[in-house]
Unconditional design. Sequence first.
Length: 165
Amino acid sequence: MHIRFNVPADPAYPGRVAAALSSVRLRKYGYIGAMLAAVGAIGFAVSRGFAWDDQISPLCMAMVVGGLLSMLYSPWVRLRARRRSSRYAVEGAYDITDDNIMMRSGSESGGIAWDGVAQVRDTPEFWIVYVGRRPATVIPRRLMSAGDAETLRAYMTRRGLLRPR
């Protein structure tokens, strides 16, 4: 297998990559926030029915507000990442073989050996490549030909990195 494709200098592309990678890392804040808000709301509703209203209500309201802020943290970070990374738009390329994924962006280049990849997750626009438990890079499917995308999908599925459809 040898797949090569270019990445144009699109100002929106680095923001989409940053948003995809940060959404993986920040997902836990949404879950924690939802749980905090739910526990706070339940506590607030229960405290209204009992005499300890004046003692518990401020704590419950603080939990609801903290939960909501935690749920809003992830979208706020993704928005900031999109804004900041738009100025990093440079031409690049991917060169994917049976051995590794080589990436070039402007004058920088780097690679990841397939042996070091722990898993690959599928998103609507990218394959997110994990080294260990951390997302390391993305492979943009939209910039590949349909045939190359299917070849790479089959390769990653054979290696056990990507779940079959």
